[in-house]
Design a protein around this ligand. Sequence first.
Ligand code: PCA
Length: 326
Amino acid sequence: MKHLLITALASFVSLAAVPVTHAQTSWKLATGYRAESFHTQNIAQFARDVEQVSAGALRIELHPNNTLVKLADIRQAVEEGKVQAGETIMTSMVKEIPLAGADSIPFVVASYKDAQRLWKLQRPGIEKHFAARGLTLLYTVPWPPQGLHSSKPIRSIGDFRGTQMRTYNQTTQRIAELLGAKPVDVPMVDVGKALADGRMDNMITSALTGVENKVWGAIKHYYEINAWFPKNAVFVSTKAFDSLKPPVRAAVLKAASEAETRGWAASQALATSATEELRQNGIKIERIPADLEHEIKRMGERFSREWVRSVGNEANSIFVPYYVMP
Ligand code: PCA
């Protein structure tokens, strides 16, 4: 009821402020992350900007936390027109679009600057694959760098053997296998519960995801291995996008470009503050021993060879210039 009143009031206010001469279009946007997550907050700002710039012509209704569609099914739901728009982690699409896995190859990208460079090279291919599926890419934002969270100290590769490693997609599953761990699939929003239930011993994810799930207690060590910078992509059904009037389409693209810039900056700021928050909550922030680092990097190379094979020529069109350009 309260919600209805607020909506009614908001539309009254916007009607009063800007005379709306066109019919209002409404999109549902599904995401698998919590409303408080910085990605979702960024989408919420994007939605407000679109509504404002389009003078109320387009309203984007946000459905966070897997409530409307589960994270792994969001791409398909948008493709099938069940929802108009969505956000998912790009690596959840590697089965259908192998190129989307370029940002989760361990130890290719070591900084936000590199992540930007990789994204510039990856974007045209992703847009092409999206277009073939009736999807229009709006923007991407990376998660902070992926580190290793563990309940026990990790000194050598053998310390992974037989442990329950939490994974969040096909890519992290393969990495767990290569490390000799047992992959346990746990959605981001259930990490706290899985730890409390003793279903996982370690995971590779951002310090931020550790903070958002308050992993202290069970997790005692965080190793800053900067393994990769996975991105979330926000996209819309091309049919829905094309049916907007040109000025409204322009408003969406403008707000999307701003959301991309804002999101990358927020991610970078959170990378530092989240690691600090883990420390303040008693987690030891460490570096892995040099031999282990060497071994993990070799495992990364093996993973990357497998990935290049699965993608074919398109992989070269990203990585040849990536390694040539400084
Ligand atoms: N958090 C998400 C994906 C990457 C990250 O940092 C997760 O752990 O599921």
